[in-house]
Design a protein around this ligand. Sequence first.
Ligand code: SAM
Length: 354
Amino acid sequence: MSVRAHHHGETAAGAAGHSGPTTMPTSGPLVDRYGRVHDDLRISVTDRCNLRCVYCMPDEGMSFLPRRDLLSFAEIERVARVARGLGVDAIRLTGGEPLVRRGLVELVSALSSLGFADIAMTTNAMQLAGVAPQLAAAGLKRVNVSCDSLRPDRFASIRRRGELSTVLGAMDVAEACGLTPLKVNVVLMRGRNDDEILDFAAFARQTGRVVRFIEFMPLDAQGEWGPEQLVPGREVRDRIHEVYPLEAVSGPDRVAPAERLRFRDGRGEIGLISTVSEPFCGTCNRLRLTADGSIRNCLFSDEDHQLRDVLRSGGGDEEIAMILRRAVWAKFPGHAINEPDFLRPHHSMSMIGG
Ligand code: SAM
């Protein structure tokens, strides 16, 4: 387990206030030292993917976990059940690409019987159309579909595999199955797709889908991220606002990472996920279960709280609960990306689960 001292930075942008408990609670919700309650669990079901998006993986040569290292569905369900007992009420399935893991519908069914208020999935939608009805019937509530360009050739150059028409078709099917509100994740990269900001705004207006512009984060497996490739959320907001006036949406969704904005004429909504330029760590409520069974308290942490060995050596629910509590308690106030001594985590997005 490696911990980077600079992550402790009390001055980290977006840091939480110091209103939390002074000792780790052994009952009640999953709360950290800064008073942040963790009720949202992201579950990566695989590190594998059928695409090779430029901001995530190299075209060739990505190595993946051996099958035996992945948690089984029964193991995932067990962790989710314990988390539910600790107040977690939202689950998101992610990866890698969750739909490349066989039998995902059964996992959704099992999770939905545990009583979560929300079960969602983030997907590249290459295999979504065929399975959307079964996923909805099994209890999946909604999907976020990644789509970084509305131009077929551009789409192909960013994602390297698959076709835009497959993704757009899958969005229609998902909506017809009630997997709504459908959100569209767009990772913006300077000089690559930032000339499509207004096209995506128009798309949001035409379709009613919530387009979320995500800042490129230093989590690509190739290590090619640089701040010059970042398109700050503020710039996106200004460019859209000039053409289609926007206003803030205030609502109960306070802890969502996206800054929600709607078009003033009432025709649709966008979101800005400005992880790098405007960190929202102060309201972070997320925990992550990696495909190989570790708990991560932050995308940018290098600290693994291993659960798999405990699960496989007969550990009890109490032991699992304590690992979840310790992982939350160890969370730093902020991700510190913008501090001079920031070190990238060794794990990339597809390994942690985005
Ligand atoms: N395969 C699924 C998909 O494409 O949606 C789920 C996993 S993917 C890692 C989850 C989200 O992370 C996607 O919206 C993807 O665009 C985003 N993502 C991946 N690498 C990123 C990076 N370096 N910076 C910002 N977002 C990234």
